[in-house]
Design a protein around this ligand. Structure first.
Ligand code: FAD
Ligand code: 2HG
Ligand code: ZN
Length: 486
């Protein structure tokens, strides 16, 4: 793609002013690599619009010139989704200045947030009016509403409230031709054909730039009880979930699987952490149960459920946090796994799902198969077992450096993805495709899915300016924007 760089720079500078247009390396460089440090790119300039109108202006100018745009929120993508390619022709569009919570309606349970609002900020503001936004994840201090919408993020409360798809009531977005989709009204019923809102959720910036979202709020909790439970096997963890649900139902909001290997990584790399159980268990589960305001707290029921699980051999050991501080410490262990794994050394990441009841068995067999096929590797599978989704990460053999990733990473990932596909599962349960899984989606997706992805992309973004090289696997000859009119 070739465009008149000086002319476009001039127009963008005029539109955005000095705060919104920068080529300063100190502003750009930290945004050109992904959180894991696996992808590195270049950009022509950093664009930081402060309003929806400015976003629309940027897209219209870039569409006319045929210049690529890469939207970026908190840059916590696990799949290189917000990192531009190495050509240096893309404009990085940061949503950092689109950071207003436009409204918080506690009675209706709706928050209207601009794309750059950070998740932790929304949590805080909602709590101040007695509500909460029921989605959270380890990157909540950086991840933005626009990024969460665009990846259809999951996290640790999906068990009860679902992923972003279930929580986004309306969207405002600028489409690839610069037109504005005004869909913020939180309509409970709306049958005007294809659901553009759902199409944009999980689109990873390939169909436009989300500028704001109407989000569902639920009542703030009254009390929570947080337990750390040791179990012998992953299938027993699943039995424990069903056992607790039988008596506690929806009070169980989080049920996170932590293998001994993941706990050990955190204890080794994250200062101030300590093991909750005196005797290490092969598997651990972090459980959070909640109760509504002015209802009895959940602890007695959780205690009873865990007591019977211990008696019947479902659980091996258990401790309920005695204070909020201890509950926070348990959660810190869980939320630090990615950071600890990153510090420890190379690993290939596989964010996989299969049918919920099948996951515990699947991951056990798959781990044995991977470790046999790639001797010395160590599977670290953790996370959202109750959603049928674990992060089936494969750590390099002890002592292996980054060269291992180059030499073996692709083969390991293909092996894991083949197993998942044969089991009828997904190679991306919550992180998206980005650039990391593009080739794998092209290799493994069924023709109908690929055809629909390509046709939708081509229809809405015929010039291929929106986050090129992400999510949609095109054959080399058929990228939008390469067929003539640029
Ligand atoms: P970015 O990384 O900036 O962007 C992500 C994608 O969205 C890119 O494709 C980008 O181009 C696009 N995008 C960003 N903003 C917009 C916009 N306004 N309009 C259009 N496209 C846009 N994910 C989970 O699902 N569950 C987890 O439990 C979880 N835990 C994590 C823990 C850690 C420690 C880390 C580092 C990441 C974790 N993630 C998790 C991944 C990540 O946090 C999510 O994918 C999150 O949604 C990304 O938000 P972001 O603002 O950082 O987006
Ligand atoms: C989590 O659940 C995140 O902690 C990150 O989705 C998973 O690091 C990972 O692989
Ligand atoms: Zn996750």
């Amino acid at each position: 793609m070739v465009y008149d760089r000086d002319a476009l720079f001039g127009k963008l500078r005029d539109l955005l002013g000095p705060k919104g247009f920068s080529t300063d390396p100190t502003a750009l460089v930290p945004r050109l690599s992904d959180w894991r440090g696996r992808y590195h790119g270049k950009a022509a300039a950093l664009l930081s619009p402060a309003s929806t109108a400015e976003v629309a202006g940027i897209v219209a100018l870039c569409a006319a010139a045929g210049a690529p745009l890469v939207p970026q929120g908190g840059n916590t993508s696990m799949v290189g989704g917000a990192t531009p390619d190495a050509s240096g022709t893309s404009f990085l569009v940061s949503t950092a200045r689109l950071n207003r919570i436009r409204s918080l309606d506690a009675a209706a349970g709706i928050a209207v947030c601009e794309a750059g609002v950070i998740l932790a900020e929304l949590h805080e503001q909602a709590l101040a009016v007695g509500r909460r936004f029921p989605l959270t994840l380890g990157a909540r201090g950086s991840a933005t509403i626009g990024g969460l919408v665009s990846t259809n993020a999951g996290g640790t409360q999906v068990l009860r409230f679902g992923p972003m798809r279930a929580l986004v009531l309306g969207l405002e977005a600028v489409l690839p031709d610069g037109s504005l989709f005004e869909g913020l009204a939180a309509l409970r019923k709306d049958n005007r054909g294809y659901d553009l809102r759902q199409l944009l959720i999980g689109a990873e910036g390939t169909l436009g730039i989300v500028t704001a979202a109407s989000l569902r709020l639920v009542p703030a909790i009254g009390e929570r009880a947080v337990a750390w439970v040791g179990v012998e096997t992953a299938p027993k963890a699943m039995t424990l979930l069903r056992h607790l649900e039988a008596t506690m139902g929806e009070a169980i909001e989080s049920f996170e699987l932590v293998p001994r290997s993941a706990l050990e990584l955190v204890l080794a790399h994250v200062p101030g952490t300590r093991a909750p159980l005196a005797t290490p268990a092969p598997w651990n589960v972090l459980i959070e149960a909640v109760s509504p305001m002015s209802a009895p707290g959940p602890e007695p029921l959780l205690y009873e459920g865990l007591r019977s699980a211990l008696e019947t051999g479902i659980a091996a050991d258990a401790v309920i946090a005695a204070s909020e501080a201890q509950a926070g410490a348990f959660w810190r262990l869980r939320d630090s796994i990615s950071e600890a794994e990153k510090q420890d050394g190379p690993a290939t990441k596989h964010d996989i799902s299969v049918a919920v009841e099948a996951m515990a068995g699947f991951m056990t067999e798959a781990a044995a198969a991977v470790e046999a096929r790639f001797p010395g590797t160590r599977v670290n599978a953790f996370g959202h077992l109750g959603d049928g989704n674990v992060h089936f990460n494969v750590r390099a053999p002890e002592g292996a450096g980054p060269a291992w990733l180059e030499a073996e990473g692709e083969a390991v990932s293909q092996y894991v993805h083949d197993l998942v596909t044969r089991a009828g599962g997904s190679i991306s349960a919550e992180h998206g495709i980005g650039q990391m899984k593009l080739a794998e989606l092209g290799r493994l997706a069924d023709p109908a899915r690929l055809h629909a992805l390509r046709a939708i992309k081509q229809a809405l973004d015929p010039k291929g300016i929106m986050n090129p090289g992400k999510l949609v696997p095109f054959e080399a000859s058929s990228h939008p924007g390469e067929s003539g009119d640029l």
